[in-house]
Design a protein around this ligand. Structure first.
Ligand code: ADP
Length: 286
């Protein structure tokens, strides 16, 4: 009856559900205590390359010999397994611990998609049930010791990304992904305000799909414009981490389940991406 004794300090004893939640939170905090830095990847809306950035960031860090985890918390449309060709991965669970899938030598990967039989199921879960499943899931994943955990959050600034972000303790900071158009920039401003509300430091902004380098003449063509992300970052007083050009290799590699930083490391997107990661690490270290 040790549990009952623990609640003789005047506070009402928690009910079964509250007790379960407390236990999950304790477990989650213990597990996250083994993780040195947690980087959340956000975007003001879908389709700007958030998951592509999250996956390639995790792979780049792992390629530098760091112990890395990648958590696909985009319950709305979990795409990490497809991007890393891990769709057939079976995650092992003994009821208390879920063992993440492994990509390469030192990247552990966990996605809510691993737990769903039917791909469309997550979409129809109602809000509270989604959060309950996610809370349980987060507290059960056994990452072990990590240097970095990269978290792919749901897009936007609505209730869903808010609830998910609140479930993850000790976030070091957020990387905000945008495209250069004014419309995306307006969304990303909301995203930065969202981070401030959550008291999550903004590590920086990445402008993705920023111009197209013609493979024939090497000239840059600004299809969606360029520089909007940098201007917005300056305006909002947050660091600008880098601009990643549109590169057909990104689509080809992603569709084939391969990170573009590995499939064509000397390509324009991969080269720009490495510099962006360098700036991100600089931000974290300082
Ligand atoms: P989000 O997670 O924001 O919804 P995704 O990462 O799924 O976006 O990317 C959306 C699509 O854009 C994918 O088909 C992806 O391959 C493509 N994409 C992302 N970044 C680039 C880029 N720099 N160049 C070309 N295509 C890109």
């Amino acid at each position: 009856m040790a549990e009952q004794k623990a609640h003789t300090d005047g506070a009402p004893a928690p009910t079964g559900v509250a007790q379960q939640r407390q236990q999950q939170e304790r477990k989650l905090n213990e597990r996250m205590g083994q993780i040195e830095r947690t980087v959340a990847v956000l975007s003001g809306k879908g389709g700007v390359g958030k998951s592509t950035v999250a996956v390639n960031l995790a792979v780049t860090l792992a390629a530098r010999g760091l112990r890395v985890g990648l958590l696909d918390a985009d319950i709305h449309g979990p795409s990490v397994p497809k991007l890393l060709q891990l769709e057939r991965s079976q995650v092992l669970s003994d009821g208390e611990n879920i063992v993440p899938a492994v990509y390469g030598a030192n990247l552990k990967v966990m996605s809510i998609a691993f737990l769903i039989q039917d791909k469309n199921e997550a979409v129809i879960w109602r809000g509270p049930l989604k959060m309950k499943v996610l809370r349980q899931f987060l507290s059960d994943v056994n990452w072990g010791e990590l240097d970095y955990l990269v978290v792919d959050l749901p897009p936007g600034t609505g209730d869903e990304p808010l609830s998910v972000a609140q479930l993850i303790p000790n976030v070091t900071g957020a990387v905000v992904v945008t495209t250069p158009q004014e419309l995306s920039i307006a969304d990303v401003r909301r995203c930065i305000t969202f981070c401030h509300k959550l008291e999550m430091p903004v590590l920086g902004v990445v402008e993705n799909m920023s111009g197209f380098i013609c493979p024939h003449c090497g000239k840059a063509v600004d299809i969606f414009g360029a520089g909007g992300g940098r201007r917005m970052a300056e305006d909002m007083d947050v660091p600008f981490l880098g601009a990643i050009p549109i590169d057909p290799e990104v689509v080809r590699a992603s569709d084939g389940g391969e990170p573009f930083v590995a499939s064509r490391p000397d390509g324009p997107a991969a080269t720009a991406f490495r510099k962006t990661v360098d700036r991100l690490i600089e931000q974290i270290e300082t």
